[in-house]
Design a protein around this ligand. Structure first.
Ligand SMILES: CSC[C@H]1O[C@@H](n2cnc3c(O)ncnc32)[C@H](O)[C@@H]1O
Ligand code: ZN
Length: 435
């Protein structure tokens, strides 16, 4: 076996326990060959990763983002969703080129690898360029072209739907199978009903899952209720977009009936606490969603509404906001947010990973616990949720390949990536200002 050994660390197991174990990775298959507790003879390995003093966890899953929005980090702050999109973000996105999107996606990939994220879901434009970045960076992703039909004539709207479906067909299985795809209408209010129906029907025929923003703000829910006499999740079911492989971002303003419907359909929700707080969208009922049996993952959303792609921050925010939303300090405990950031996210995206056990995908992050803010270690799971940061990640492994060793990213040239993105962002703003 062409093995990689992760040695001397404490390993987070699927049942939430932590054991002193070594992890052997079969690099040919990109899977975990074994997790051993020092019993028996260890297999010889071509490469080892030192995990002493560290916690070995499943690679984190950023289950909803717009990765190239790193170029718009700090570009427009302190507004609610609708004016933020219409007055600032959409005019800037109108000037984005495929080269810009590649530069922004590279910056996002670098940031994710450096904070222990190994898989993400991305809804944006120029997805062929994003896919190239995912391939080069060594990450895993579910990608889709985002459709918006408001303000477009029928031909342009239909072309946008067809592009999303074509991208989903063409990119599926790219990067040695690490890329999967989805049909991604932006939301139930920014895509017209006939286009939603047509696109979802074609996606269903081709076995392509659906990802969209749902129930994010009151301003988005109210018009659906007023115009249709039904809530958004009922509308999603009407257009056949509520399936077991589908996953919806946000789910902030969902009532009990909608929670039951999501659970019964097996549709996952991706909770984006930082974005929901920054845009003052509201507090998702995470405890109730989980109690009802809904699969919940965590997402950063784009870097312009967060303002980073660090899933450790998202874990802490989800736990804190979940308690506030439930008015209960015992709600959304540490183990729950760790599960949401790992197994829950992998389940939501229907991607491999999320668990450290024999046969699972070898997607790992090694978190260095030797730091003042992580001392003492009463409970490593508590530290993951409440005290650790992305910058504590020492090594990142995806599909059996080492993407970062001792904080050096091996798949991307960090300095060049940062410079290219900074240049692209500066030129973009110049174009927006002179448009
Ligand atoms: C059509 S591609 C995706 C589209 O979504 C925009 N976006 C970024 N953050 C959010 C959010 O929180 N809610 C809704 N839409 C969002 C992004 O700027 C792109 O235009
Ligand atoms: Zn989003």
């Amino acid at each position: 076996m062409n093995a990689l050994r992760v040695t001397g660390g404490r390993v987070l197991r699927p049942d939430g326990s932590v054991t002193e174990s070594d992890v052997t990775v079969d690099r040919d298959t990109g899977t975990i060959a074994s997790v051993d507790d020092g019993d028996g003879t260890p297999p010889s390995a071509a490469e080892t990763l030192d995990a002493s003093g560290s916690l070995v966890i499943p690679g984190l899953v950023n289950a909803h983002t717009h990765v190239a929005m790193t170029l718009l980090r700090g570009y427009a702050d302190d507004k609610p969703l609708d004016p933020w999109l219409r007055e600032d973000i959409w005019p800037a996105e109108a000037e984005l080129t495929p080269d810009d999107i590649e530069a922004g996606a590279e910056l996002g990939a670098l940031e994710m690898i450096r904070s222990g994220t190994t898989a993400f879901a991305d809804m944006y434009f120029s997805m062929d360029r994003v896919a190239d970045v995912v391939d080069r960076a060594g990450l895993r992703a579910r990608l889709g072209h985002g459709v918006v039909t408001v303000g477009k004539d029928d031909a342009a709207a239909r072309a946008d739907v067809e592009e999303s479906l074509a991208v989903a067909r063409e990119l599926d299985g790219a990067a040695d199978g690490r890329i999967r795809t989805a049909f991604m209408p932006h939301s139930l209010t920014t895509v017209g009903e006939e286009f939603l129906r047509e696109g979802v029907a074609e996606a269903r025929e081709a076995g392509i899952p659906v990802h969209l923003h749902a129930n994010e703000t009151v301003e988005e829910v109210d018009p659906i209720v007023d115009e249709r006499g039904e809530r958004p999740i009922a509308y999603a079911a009407d257009i056949d977009a509520l399936g077991p492989d589908d996953f919806f971002a946000h789910g902030v303003h969902v009532d009990d009936t909608e929670i039951e419907r999501l659970a019964a359909a097996g549709t996952a929700v991706v909770h984006c606490p930082a974005s929901n707080m920054k845009l003052a969208s509201g507090m998702a009922p995470v405890q109730r969603l989980r109690e009802a049996g809904v699969t919940v993952g965590l997402g950063t959303d784009g870097a312009a509404s967060n303002n980073d792609l660090d899933v450790f921050d998202e874990m802490r925010d989800a736990a804190m906001l979940g308690k506030l939303a439930a008015d209960d300090a015992s709600a959304v405990p540490a183990a729950a947010v760790v599960e949401m950031a790992t197994d829950g996210g992998a389940d939501a995206l229907n991607l491999p990973g999320g668990r450290i056990e024999a046969g699972a995908a070898a997607d790992l992050a090694v978190v260095d616990l030797d730091a003042p803010h992580l001392t003492p270690v009463h409970d490593p799971v508590s530290h993951l949720a409440y005290a650790a940061r992305g910058s504590d990640v020492r090594h990142t492994v995806c599909d059996g390949d080492v993407l970062m060793r001792d904080r050096e990213v091996l798949t991307l040239d960090a300095e060049a990536v940062q410079q290219r993105a900074a240049d692209a962002a500066r030129d973009l703003v110049d174009r927006v200002e002179s448009a």
